[in-house]
Structures are given as C-alpha cells and as structure tokens.
Design a protein around this ligand. Sequence first.
Ligand code: PMP
Length: 491
Amino acid sequence: MAPPIRDSVGDAVGDTPVVRLRKSGASEKIELLAKLEFNNPGGSIKDRVARRILSRLAREQKLKDSTVLVVPSSGNLVLSLALQVPRYVPHGRVIGLVPERTSEDRIRLLKSLGVDIVRTPVEAHADSPESKFSLAKKITADLPDAILINEYADIDNVRTHAEETAEEILEQTEGKLDILVVGAETGGTISGLAKTLKAKIPGLKVIGVEPEHSSIRDNVTRSGVWRVEDMGSNFTPSILDQSLVDKWLQIPDQVSYSTARLLIKHEGLLCGPSSGGVVAAALHYADEALEVASSDVSKLRVLTILNDTARNYTSTLMSDDWLLEHDLMDATLARAAAYHRHEKYRAASVEDLQLPAAVTIPPTATVGYAMDLMMTREFSQLPVIHPTNRKLMGYISQTTLTNLLEEGQAHDDDQVSKWMYSFVKKQPGLATPSKYVTITPLTPLAELAQFFEKHSFAVVTDEDRRWCLGVATKYDLMTFLNRRQSSGRAF
Ligand code: PMP
C-alpha cells in the first residue's frame, strides 16, 4: 500500500526497507540483510532522532520564534534538525559544531539549509576547551533562547530506536534474527535496538562497530584519528549501554571505504563509508560465528543498519582520486580503478582509433553551408581551418549554431568566423595555456579518456597544433574498445 499524503517531511521519516544482500561475498549459510536508513528524507538514520527531539521540545513548549538549536554532531543530526525545524519554528536557527573531517558535500547541504557551521578539531577530547561539546556549551550560554542538543547524552536518542526502529525490525524480520550489526558514535542506535530486540529475540547477538583508533568500547585515550565520518568517538558516550553489546569490532578505514564502494557498485546501495564498515564487520563476525556454531545451524540471519547516503560523500567516497590520495582503496578496488583508467586502453593511442580524415571548413564558409554539412555527415562540430596556411583556428558546434539561428542572432549567410569558438593562442615563449590540451595521434587513449570526462570531443592535431588531423569523440573510443574486445584480445 502506498503511504498516505504527509503533512511535513518529518512525517515521512522511518519505515525504511530491509533488503537482502546477494553479491557481498557472504557464504551460503549467511543471510545478510540491510536496513536502508539512507532512505530517510534527510539521507540518514538521524532523521528519526531529530523528529523525536523536536516533538519533545514542542510538547514542552520550549520552541519559540527566536530559538537557536546548538548541535555538536558529526553532521547528520544537524542536517536532520535543520530539515525538520521549519515545521515548528518558521525561522528557527541551527548552529552545527561539526568536526573537520566532515565532507564538503555535507557542509554545502547544511549551508543551503541555512545552518551556521563551526568546525571543530577531530582530535580534541570531549573535556578540552576546543572540543565541540565545550564550544557548544559556551555558545549556548552566550546566546539568548539557545538550546543545546547533545545526542551523546540525550536519552531520546536511545528511545527513538528502542521504540521506533526496533519495532520496524521486529515486524520486517518477524522476530527471526541471529545477529545484529550496528555502527556506533553516540551509542544511541545500538543501545536502543539492543534493548528492545534482545528482550524479544532470545539468543540475539549484538555487534558494535567502530573505526580503528576509536575508543567507544573502552574509553582509552588514543592519539589516532580516522577518516570514516559519523562512526567512532574518542570517549564512551553516557547513553551507551555496554552490557547489551556482545562484541566490538574495529574496522580500518580502507576496509570501510572499499566495502562501501562494492556495496554501491554490486548491490546498488547508495550508502556511505560507515555502512561499508558495518557490512565488512558483519561478514567477518558471521564467518567466525559459523565456524564455532554446531553443524545443525542451517543458516545465520544477520541484519546490518546502513546509516547514511553516499550522496553525502561525492567528493570523498565517490572520488577515485580522493580514495587513492588517502590510501583508502584496497587491492581489489585499486586494481579495478587502474584497469578503468589505464589498462583497458593498454598501449593504444589516438592513431589506433583510425579516425577518418578531418572534414573542415574555412572561416569564410557560411553558417547555412556549415549546418548542411554537419547534418548530412552527422557531425556535431567542425574544425575551422585557415584557408591559406591550413592552421587550426577553432571550431563551430551544431548545437550552438542551432540555438543562435533559432534565437535569430545568427543567420544562414553569416560567416562561421563570427560564431566559432577560437582556441586560446599559444604565445611564443610561454607554456601552452592550460585550457588547451593538445591531442595528437600519439596521445595515449587513457589520456584521451580522461579528457572526455570534461569534454565532448577532441580536435586531433600535430604536436605544434598546426594541422587538424581529425576529430575524436567518446563514441570513437567506445567503438575501439568494442572492436578490440570482439577481436578477442585479452586486456
Ligand atoms: N553511521 C552514521 C552515518 C551516522 O550518522 C551515525 C550517527 N552519528 C552512526 C553511524 C552511529 O550511530 P549512533 O550515533 O547512534 O551511535
């Protein structure tokens, strides 16, 4: 049944799906499930906590027009509060105290929601004056009508999951579950879920996941930092109920990021890096549990909670360059990236594309002639060549000319020189301007492929850019790869 019309985005929070993971490498004796918390309107599980905290504040009549919410959080709760606060306070302000590791993507989202952002050092211990907690306390004390929202100590963070998320899980799994694997930062999710689910499902094992160097499990001060956002903490939060956690696993950043990328590619799950860590931990723990289980165990059912969306991380998790720069790709992922960047074009260069001789026009040709030529030969663009010295001057594009003709700016009998894009001239004694990339027959196809990440076509010239030798498009590159593949050359 389709959900009914909701009055606000806060009412659309929750009821997230559970899906079976089929390509994650789990053994046949493991049924690996994932609850997709990134399906919430704000892209994370924290939408649930924000809803509960806001409705409590409203009930207690603490929200006024001038209210400022001061939120020390790794980012998701700030986002969720900012999304939902207009329902209660039309011009409510949110100040987020966000660690330096929080990705630029999420900061942009927060800014678009009008959140004031204060960055805090990741290493700062909770008690130190520069920590997000100390700063938040100070800001709250200084501002009239400010309310501090501390999810690390707020019991509603636990109740949300004990009463809402856990009930959904019970319904969705029909109470059949062997292992629950949850990432932790404030400890709210794991404590709430474990409280309800352990009471209802005898024998359920609850596994907590934190990054390597985090101190949630033992409160031991460590100097290490980690990159996975929203998971891990350098102290044990007060709302965490350790007695409900059967085992803690520490996951290296490289494993979390690489697993998240596999989940995105192979399962189509647009989840963030902490979800990668949780699934990696689940596979590890379930394999171990199977080894020690008696042979009559037919199958272990494991539920993971995937907390937030990959869209929070387009400049980090989704960027091969960023992952390589920070050594966050495991060998399998690095091999796949190298294959796509270089090896599939191995040893081939532009001349292997066997481009037809370039069809060019002089700058004095008319727009009408150029349009006819492009239509009949099915070209999207044509290089413009100097009529006497045959040098490449620029190019015209069919789309641009069509628009200009439709707008009545260009006319059929105009000379194309009036509407061509001219290439930035190479100045004697100066390096080629960075805007112009010279593509010659000897340019490796791997380089051409990179060029096509930003451009739709390439004019192929000699080294000095004197002669136009052809025009290449991504289509030529794809045809070449198909040809090579079907001629049976392994690569
Ligand atoms: N992963 C992500 C993406 C999160 O946003 C959070 C919450 N900060 C967690 C894991 C950990 O959840 P909790 O705070 O309930 O321990």
